[in-house]
Design a binder for this molecule. Structure first.
Ligand code: GUN
Ligand code: ZN
Length: 371
């Protein structure tokens, strides 16, 4: 609940935008903000061992309550020393609460005021997650950052459905706040409210009254057009305290990161670099590259000339060959390249904020991706 060893330091706000340069101090080291967290749902960032992950510039990783509770079980992780020890990652870890699986596994869930009954996506066995249980699982996992258990719905959706899920998320957030016992874990509230600016602001105010140590913005990137997501950020962020970190959950494409940083977001997570990497899609400053495309067959150039990652020691022609031959190294190398790409983007963004040049940076990146 309280936070010994945790501190959010706001170092600088860009003069030409709302982009913020900060630092999140934790007992497991500090995280430079804005930051991107690779997704390690099951205690592994798919295809990337922890030493390689570190060398991509990643400082904090994300794990998932629902998935780890099902397999291997939070008690198993705890008996093997907690999630850090279990996966061999000594840096900070943030765990998501399971609330997103209400949305992503919608046909396998039943929501009541008490909580959510899941039918396991693995074997159909029942799993009950309440706000209290989500916190208990996250405490067993021993993450540094825990998320409140929320109710996420798809967009577009009926006004009443969104409002109902939003206020349930607030009531559940209060129960999470009550349940949280550890002072070595920071708890973040999650703002819901669909695309309705009033509902977002009311939700944010209600969560701020509960005094969380940080605030996430959830329920976005669930089917709405990007400009509506940006407008929702603009409506929500002014209702959040400047002295707490802000985390936009499950976002996104490189342009979404840049546009969201410009609006004052400090933290991100997304499966995109790894999921796309497994599907032979690579990110570069000149847009995405489909490695399976025949045009790369005899291409001797690397994905990016100045990228220090191990994939960029090879030609596009070789990477394409790995995918065509279904070699496991193809997905592995492309995932590593993509995470490296995201982390270099974040490092450049941090420098741009420090020198009050974020808008220039933003324009240059967007122009490159469009080319
Ligand atoms: N991941 C992406 N969006 C969300 C959200 O709204 N809530 C939770 N808990 N996780 C998310
Ligand atoms: Zn690379």
């Amino acid at each position: 609940m309280a936070s010994s060893g945790f501190r959010f330091e706001l170092m600088h706000t860009d003069t030409g935008s709302n982009a913020r340069r900060g630092r999140l101090h934790t007992p497991r080291g500090s995280v430079e903000l804005p930051t991107f967290m690779p997704v390690g749902t099951l205690g592994t960032v798919k295809g990337v061992d922890v030493d390689r992950l570190r060398s991509t510039g990643s400082q904090i990783v994300l794990g998932n309550t629902y998935h780890l509770a099902l397999r291997p079980g939070a008690d198993v992780v705890a008996s093997l020393g907690g999630l850090h020890e279990f996966m061999g990652w000594s840096g900070p870890i943030l765990t998501d609460s399971g609330g997103f699986q209400v949305f992503s596994l919608a046909d396998r869930v039943k929501v009541t005021e008490s909580g959510v009954s899941f039918r396991s996506h693995i074997d159909g066995s029942p799993l009950e997650i309440t706000p209290e249980r989500s916190i208990a699982i996250q405490e067993l996992l021993g993450s540094d950052f825990a998320m409140a258990f929320d109710h996420v719905v798809a967009l577009p959706n009926k006004r009443e459905v969104i409002a109902d899920a939003t206020w349930r998320s607030v009531r559940w957030a209060e129960r999470c706040r009550q349940a949280a016992q550890r002072n070595d874990q920071m708890l973040l509230g999650i703002v819901q409210g669909g695309l309705d600016p009033r509902l977002r602001q009311d939700c944010a105010k209600a969560l701020v009254a509960l005094d969380f140590q940080g605030y996430a913005i959830g329920g976005l990137s669930v089917g709405e057009p990007p400009p509506e997501m940006y407008a929702t950020l603009e409506a929500t962020i002014p209702a959040l305290p400047a002295d707490r970190p802000r985390y936009l959950m499950g976002v996104g494409r490189p342009e979404d990161l840049v546009e969201s940083m410009a609006r004052g977001v400090d933290m991100f997570d997304c499966v995109m670099p790894t999921r796309n990497g497994r599907n032979a899609l690579a990110f570069t400053d000149r847009g995405t590259i489909r490695l399976r495309n025949a045009q790369h067959e005899r291409d001797s150039s690397p994905l990016e000339a100045d990228c220090p990652c191990p994939a960029c020691q090879h030609s596009r022609g070789y990477l394409r060959h790995l995918f065509q031959a279904k070699e496991m190294l193809g997905p592995i190398l492309t995932s590593i390249h993509n995470i490296t790409y995201y982390q270099r983007l974040m490092a450049e963004a941090r420098l741009a904020i420090e020198s009050d040049a974020f808008d220039e940076f933003r324009r240059a990146k967007l122009a490159g991706w469009e080319a």
